[in-house]
Design a protein around this ligand. Structure first.
Ligand code: SAT
Ligand code: MN
Length: 597
């Protein structure tokens, strides 16, 4: 064992590491310190082994190709484990903890043979902050260690804060590919799909992951800890863990507004987190692009932190015209996964700009624009330090967070749903979040164009019965009272009968955000409709926008007949939750029906 196999001061943590080492049988143990030297050394080793390729065009950037079977989160192999199935609820995969642990213990037996076991002490949120939580990830993947360096705060300081008996969330991970003596490693070790398990034991704040090295399956601070385990903790402790971006907008008068937004995948969440306002005098700053932890502060308002330290962004479609701030964030010190590599040693992906005449695709094959398959995998990713984003807020690491004024929910809808509307009150806002729906695209499961209800964009990330999660939202609203943020619903994706997007989107979405801020400030008007409060055309700042009045009117029109047609699907959606559906939600649906007449 190497010198850094030294134990820490925390007896329970040492005991857990010892047990896992005995079970998994690694060749050595390394306690990570989060230093640049550690990162550099691991990257050097992975370059030497052929696991990664340094990119000449981007300083300190590396490209990895995953096994073609290990390219995304595996929702059907993700488990929320409670003794009682009802606690996982109708939207999660469930298995009894005894059965799940027995199965996984067998898999973990000697699974790290021939590999190093890394112990990663990390903080979600600024180290020692009042909203922060400490995790310890055990992994046999140096790729995971390097990604965790960027996505979380890995440091020996975390162990100092933990002391002898501090609370931490144990996150166990193995790629599930033991090496026999003399066996040559592959560039991306992983286990076959039927052996992959992404398991959560919320009653014990425990995560066990096996078989995958990719994204949220393996970087356990992100979806596993910061959403699934944290959502269950948050409910017990009276705070919120949400799948939300955090954005600060400052008006020309210098008033700050803080916005959080939840969107299903493929709805432009990252683009919104890095919006460049087109309206004069308004300034945007990014605080987070994916996850928000929210807690009521001493003044009774709701404060949010971004628990992460980096962006794990979808690469395809990211370009200077769609998201210049993301492009500026990925010039150096990044990890790229499953992109194409150009002949001059840069990354490329679909939607980035002109295609290279030749590249090596994500499967390590020659690629030209004539090829029939994409050069980058559609879920190819960049891992980038958030601090590299030119518009990152100077307050993005404020330990106590920023006070939230506005919650936004949204989805991708070609019809029915207007550009924006405001909830009538908190309970109605919870109804909007709970019924949020998006048309599926190529980026997620289901036939393209089908409607998928993704309540609060938390469908794959809620660590307990989602009916109880809805109830938790009501209870948070009761505690917040008149200090509660206003809730809005947006749809940037309305199409004309000719199939063209009616709203320009991107930076122009700042016009919609401006209306929301002015609603908060009590400055902008709205009209009551059956579904909520909508801006009248004159309430929206469309100065300098080449949008014909008829289109704007259409974007802001509610047709009761269209909404009545939505009701049966909403009813079926709510019926799934049985007696865990809060009566206050059923009441909201009834009231909507009445308002629609
Ligand atoms: O792979 S992750 O779960 O980290 C990212 C995502 O699927 O949104
Ligand atoms: Mn996400």
């Amino acid at each position: 064992m190497n010198s850094s196999s030294a134990e820490c001061k925390h007896a329970k943590l040492n005991q857990w590491v010892k047990e896992m080492a005995e079970t998994c049988g690694p060749k050595d143990i390394h306690w990570c310190d989060g230093s640049k030297a550690e990162y550099d050394r691991l990257m050097k080793e992975m370059v030497a082994s052929g696991a990664t390729l340094p990119l000449a065009k981007r300083p300190n950037c590396f490209h990895f190709r995953s096994d073609p079977s290990d390219v995304a989160r595996v929702e059907d192999r993700t488990f929320i484990s409670y003794p009682e199935e009802i606690e996982a609820g109708p939207t999660n995969n469930w298995m009894h903890p005894d059965q799940l642990k027995a199965t996984m213990r067998d898999l973990y037996k000697d699974c790290m043979k021939g590999r190093t076991m890394y112990i990663i002490p990390f903080s979600m949120g600024p180290i020692g902050g009042p909203l922060s939580k400490i995790g310890i990830e055990i992994t046999d993947s140096p790729y995971v260690v390097c990604n965790m360096h960027t996505m979380t705060r890995v440091s020996t300081k975390v162990l100092e804060v933990l002391g002898a008996d501090g609370e931490y969330i144990p996150c166990m991970h193995s790629v599930g590919a033991p090496l026999e003596p003399g066996q040559k490693d592959v560039p991306w070790p992983c286990a076959p799909i039927e052996q992959k398990y992404i398991s959560h034991f919320p009653e014990e704040n425990l995560i066990w992951s096996y078989g995958s090295g990719y994204g949220g399956n393996a970087l356990l601070g992100k979806k596993c800890l910061a959403l699934r385990i944290a959502s269950a903790m948050a409910r017990r402790e009276g705070w919120m863990a949400e799948h939300m971006l955090i954005l600060r907008l400052t008006s020309p008068e210098g008033r700050q507004f803080h916005i959080t937004g939840a969107f299903p995948s493929a709805c432009g969440k990252t683009n919104l987190a890095m919006i460049q306002p087109t309206i004069p005098g308004w300034k945007a700053e990014c605080i987070g692009d994916d996850i928000a932890w929210l807690k009521i502060g001493p003044d009774g308002r709701l404060y949010a932190i971004n628990p992460e330290a980096g962006f794990f962004g979808v690469a395809p479609g990211t370009a200077y015209d769609t998201n210049p701030m993301a492009m500026e964030s990925i010039k150096e010190n990044c990890i790229f996964t499953n992109c194409a590599v150009t002949d001059d040693s840069d990354v490329w992906w679909e939607g980035m700009g002109p295609a290279p005449a030749h590249a090596i695709d994500w499967k390590n094959k020659d690629w030209t624009p004539q090829s029939e398959t994409p050069a980058a995998h559609p879920n190819a990713r960049f891992t980038a330090p958030a601090a590299q984003c030119p518009m990152i807020s100077s307050d993005w690491e404020k330990p106590e967070g920023v006070p939230i004024d506005i919650f936004i929910f949204g989805g991708r809808r070609g019809s029915v749903v207007p550009l924006v509307y405001e909830a009538l009150n908190w309970d109605h806002g919870v109804f909007l979040g709970s019924t949020a729906a998006s048309e599926t695209t190529a980026a997620n499961i289901g036939a393209v164009g089908n409607l998928r209800r993704d309540p609060f964009a938390m469908l794959p990330f809620c660590g307990y019965n989602m009916g109880d999660y809805f109830q938790h939202w009501f209870e948070m609203g009761d505690r917040l009272g008149d200090k509660a943020p206003k809730i809005f619903y947006v749809n940037w994706f309305r199409k004309s009968p000719e199939g063209k997007f009616m709203w320009p989107g991107f930076g122009e979405n700042s016009r919609v955000l401006k209306w929301m801020c002015e609603r908060v400030a009590g400055k902008a008007g709205a009209a009551d409709t059956a579904i909520g409060k909508l801006p009248k055309p004159e309430d929206m700042d469309t100065g300098g926008l080449n949008l014909d009045p008829a289109t704007l009117k259409e974007l802001l029109t509610v047709k009761p007949a269209d909404w009545k047609a939505e009701l049966p699907d909403m009813e079926a959606h709510f019926a799934k939750f049985g007696d865990r559906l809060p009566p206050r939600l059923a009441k909201q649906l009834d009231e909507l029906k009445k308002r629609l007449g």
